[in-house]
Design a protein around this ligand. Structure first.
Ligand code: FES
Length: 101
């Protein structure tokens, strides 16, 4: 496990998500009211990138079949999803977002 710089805070507006890749692992990085979180970017139901989905009230809705996960915990909450998302530790140093992978 190591910390990797993935983005600058200003690249992710509040309530938005971006997709990055670290050591071959696709990761979704979210800004929830100024706090940054990271989960695996691939839905656990089928192949869809959650960074193409919709952030609402701390949840991410998958763009393919509308499965819903809690962004902070990765918990699968609604729709056809029953496997939780992997989450990653995040820290912010200055304007840089680092994710532990
Ligand atoms: Fe995400 Fe089906 S691929 S809910």
């Amino acid at each position: 496990m190591a910390w990797h710089k993935v983005a600058h805070v200003k690249e992710i507006p509040e309530g938005e998500v971006i997709g990055v890749e670290v050591e071959g692992v696709p990761i979704a990085v979210y800004n929830l009211d100024g706090d940054i979180f990271a989960t695996h970017n691939v839905c656990t139901h089928a192949f869809a990138l959650l960074s193409d989905g919709y952030v609402d009230d701390g949840k991410i809705e998958c763009p393919l079949h509308q499965g819903i996960f809690d962004i902070r915990s990765g918990k699968a909450e609604e729709g056809p999803v029953d496997e939780d998302l992997q989450t990653f530790a995040v820290k912010v140093e200055g304007d840089e977002i680092l994710v532990e992978v």
